[in-house]
Design a protein. Structure first.
Ligand SMILES: *Cc1c(COP(=O)(O)O)cnc(C)c1O
Length: 360
């Protein structure tokens, strides 16, 4: 079977050249006579690879030396809990902006470890708008937000301003490296790799080093980001295969021209799809406030939900997968992450126009 156009929300499409390189190196990686996943993480070849990936990420996103880059496990969800463990002491509070499913979950999972203050929420608008932050606490341990909400299809186009001295923490699981990133605006950025960066099972974290020194609470070393930073993310056996694939994807991003080029491409992809939806005379509909529309996850509904099953069946027959919307919201969702080419979006909009004509 040929490769399909993959619009899955996550795990999601990887660049074909990355998969081909991984395939070519599967039996013999860098002359080792073994796959990278069969080698010790403490051996020189893998240690060198880890250092190389660190350098590539620093180059890709212009990350300064006062930030550590960690490769962790547990998914973004585990870090919803581990972030307050590391950044907040007993009795501290932290501010949360709630703009959809994932930021809501982040706030709930943090609650056993920090006094969570939801300072703004767009739940009352069914998450079709962005929450407006006011009354931020200048003594908060941190301010947390989710720049792109994968399920609700809403995205912040501006970085919220945290009060002086309050580190901004961002869950970038579904928008990491999809456009230029000014890391100096953040105290901590984290992302499950499986949307924009690689396979599941790896979390990339970029953390300002002074935050590693916060005295918070007693906990096992395996939970301490400082412990991971001291040991180059190798306190225990890391997901070497996922780390390697994320590294290949970072190299691919550099070859594409870096974040400015990929950002331009992502903007054009989303614009084409939204233009098609808005220009369909109501056949397709996206209910998100225009200023809050996500470039990464485009939600849409057909004018008649009775056509949903047919739309999915025919789109799959036309070589497109992953278009079924999240079960909470129904309808459709096209995820347009880095590895989804413009050709895929062109194929999708051609299919949508054709479908609307045939089932008018
Ligand atoms: C997918 C996703 C998560 C959950 O990631 P896991 O790795 O499954 O824990 C969290 N936040 C956002 C924004 C996501 O898109």
């Amino acid at each position: 079977m040929a490769r399909v156009w993959n619009f899955s929300a996550g795990p999601a499409a990887l660049p074909e050249t990355v998969l081909r390189q991984a395939q070519a190196e599967l039996l013999d990686w860098r002359g080792q006579g073994a796959s990278v996943m069969e080698l010790s993480h403490r051996g020189k070849p893998f240690m060198q690879l880890a250092a190389e990936i660190d350098r590539d990420i620093r180059e890709l996103a212009a990350i300064p030396d006062d930030y550590a880059i960690l490769f962790l496990q547990g998914g973004a969800t585990q870090h919803f809990a581990q972030i307050p463990m590391n950044l907040a002491a007993e009795g501290d509070s932290a501010d949360y902006l709630v703009s959809g499913h994932w930021s809501d979950k982040a706030a709930h999972e943090a609650a056993p470890y920090v006094n969570v203050r939801v300072v703004a929420s767009s739940a009352g608008d069914d998450y079709r708008t962005l929450p407006e932050a006011s009354d931020l606490d200048p003594r908060a341990a941190y301010l947390h937000y989710t720049p792109n909400e994968t399920i609700h299809g809403v995205e912040f186009s501006d970085i919220p301003a945290a009060p002086e001295g309050v580190p901004l923490v961002a869950d970038m699981s579904s928008d990491i490296f999809s456009q230029p990133l000014d890391v100096s605006r953040f105290g901590l950025v984290y992302a499950g790799a499986q949307k924009n960066l690689g396979p599941s099972g790896v979390v990339l974290m970029i953390i300002r080093r002074d935050l590693l020194d916060r005295a918070t609470r007693p906990m096992a070393n395996i939970f301490r980001y400082a412990g991971q930073a001291e040991r180059d993310s190798m306190l225990n056996t890391p997901n070497t295969w996922g780390w390697y694939l994320a590294g290949l994807t970072v190299k691919w991003l550099l070859e594409q021209g870096g974040l400015a080029a990929i950002g331009e491409r992502n903007r054009a992809k989303a614009e084409l799809l939204y233009r098609t939806i808005d220009g369909s005379d109501g056949y397709y509909r996206n209910d998100v406030d225009v200023a809050a529309r996500s470039r990464m996850n485009v939600r849409f509904n057909l004018h008649d939900a009775a056509l949903d099953a047919l739309f999915l069946q025919e789109s799959e027959a036309a070589g497109m997968i992953g278009l079924k919307g999240h079960r909470v919201l129904g309808g459709m969702r096209a995820s347009l992450y880095n590895a989804v080419p413009l050709d895929a979006v062109e194929a999708l909009v051609a299919f949508m126009r054709d479908f609307a004509q045939r089932h008018g």
